[in-house]
Design a protein around this ligand. Structure first.
Ligand SMILES: [Zn+2]
Length: 70
């Protein structure tokens, strides 16, 4: 049993089976959580979805003009 850092709900999970970098989902608030450490006790942190910078990939299409006939 571990505690969700977002909503403080108890998440039913076998602590002995947890590994670092494993991800869990809180049943209460639906948050995606990452196991940052398992010793001396299980430590979870919420995955920050706002860090994704998908918009930057839109600039990759600048090279289209190179495909004109030569
Ligand atoms: Zn939660």
């Amino acid at each position: 049993m571990v505690i969700c850092p977002v909503c403080d709900a108890e998440i039913e999970v076998d602590e002995d089976g947890l590994e670092e970098e494993q991800t869990l989902t809180c049943d209460e608030c639906g948050a995606d959580l990452r196991v940052v450490s398992v010793e001396p006790e299980v430590d979870l942190e919420p995955l920050d979805e706002e860090d994704e910078d998908d918009e930057a990939t839109d600039l990759d299409e600048e090279d289209d003009e190179d495909e004109t006939w030569k």
